[in-house]
Design a protein around this ligand. Sequence first.
Ligand code: FAD
Length: 356
Amino acid sequence: MKEIDYIVVGLGIAGITFCEVLEKNNKTFVVYDTGNVSSTKVSAGVINPVVLKRFTPVWNAKEHVETSFDFYEKLAIKLGIPLFEKMPMLRIFKSIEEQNNWMVASDKKELETFLKPKVIKNENPNINAPFGFGEVNNTGKVDPIVLIESYKNYLLKNNQLKNEDFEYHNLQVNIDKVLYKDIIAKKIIFCEGASAKNNPFFPNKTKISNEPLVIPNKGEYIIINSPELKLHSMIKTSLFVIPLSADLYKVGATYDREDHTVKTTQNAKEEMINKLKNIINCNFEVVGQVAGIRPTTRDRRPFLGTLLDCRNKVFFNGLGTRGITSAPSLAASLYNYIENGLELPKEMNIKRYYKW
Ligand SMILES: Cc1cc2nc3c(=O)[nH]c(=O)nc-3n(C[C@H](O)[C@H](O)[C@H](O)COP(=O)(O)OP(=O)(O)OC[C@H]3O[C@@H](n4cnc5c(N)ncnc54)[C@H](O)[C@@H]3O)c2cc1C
C-alpha cells in the first residue's frame, strides 16, 4: 500500500488549484482524471471583475481577480508555458443611456477601480459600436487547453496522475484515513465539476425542495477565423468575442439548462452567428465549436468543505459560471479550513445545504 496525504478526484480548475496549494504545503497527493467532461477545458478562460450586463462587481471581485492573476502568472512560469495573458475588455454601449449608466457605475466605490470613467471611441471599422466602448481594468484570459494539458504533463512526469475514472464503490472511509485500491490517504477531495451528480458521497438533492445541488448549465462557443477583424481586445455585448492566436476568435457563449450533453448543436451555432453579425461587419468563417457544462448552483455560490458525517471527504464543487476566476482564492480558503481550522464563510460552505 502507498501512503499519501490526499487523493484528488478531477483535474479541472478546482483540482488544479487545490493541487497547487497541496504542493506549496509539501503534501503528497495523487489525482484521478479522465477529462471526459471538462468545463475548464472549453471555458473562455476570461478573468473579469464586472458583470457586464448590469455593471455590478462579480462576487468577491477584488480578492478573486487579484489572487487569480497572481496564480496564473506564477503557474505559467512554473510550467514554462504562456497560459495567461492580460488583455483589455471593452463593453460595447448600445445607447447614450448605457454610456450614462456606465459613468454612474464607475463612480461607485465598489467599481471605481474596475471601470474606466470615459467613453472610448470605436476606431475599428469592422465593429459596430456607434456609441463606443467602456473599458474594464484588471482583465485577462487563460488558455484553458494549454492549462489543462501542461498541468497533466507536469503531474504525469511526477507520477501523480492516474488517467482513469475514480470508482466510488471502491472507496473505503475510516475515521482517520481513506482507502482506495492500493492507496491509503489522510483525505480525499472531490473536484468533479458537473459530474458531481455521479458521486454517491455528494448530496445530490436538497432535503426540502428536492432540487439538485449542482445544476448543469450547458454552454457553447464557436471559433471563427477572420483575417479582417484585427481585434486586440476582448469585446462584450450580447456575446464575448475573444482574440485567440493569429486571426482566430472564440465567440459565445450560450446558456442551456435542459440539454446536459456535451454535444455541440446547430441551434447554438446559428444563434451565435446571428448575434455576431450584429457586432462585426467583416467576413468570418466558423472553424470550430465546443460545448461544456457549467456546474452552477441555485444561490450562485460554490460548495466547499466537509459534511457533518466525516472530515476526510472534502468537496470543492459548484464553481458555476466563473470558476477560472474564483478557484485560486477558493482553493486557498478550503485548504486553510481543512488543515488550519479556519472556518469557511457560510455562503460557500457546503453545510448550508442542510438548511435547504
Ligand atoms: C462555455 C463555458 C464558458 C466559460 N467561461 C468562463 C470564463 O470565461 N471565465 C470563468 O471564470 N469561468 C468560465 N466558465 C466556468 C468555468 O469553466 C467553470 O466554473 C470551471 O471550469 C469548473 O471547474 P471544475 O474543476 O469544478 O470542473 P471541470 O472543469 O468540469 O473539471 C472536473 C473534472 O473532473 C473529472 N471527473 C469527474 N468525475 C470523475 C471521476 N469519477 N473520476 C475521474 N475524473 C472525474 C472530469 O473529467 C473533469 O476533468 C465557463 C464554462 C463554460 C461551460
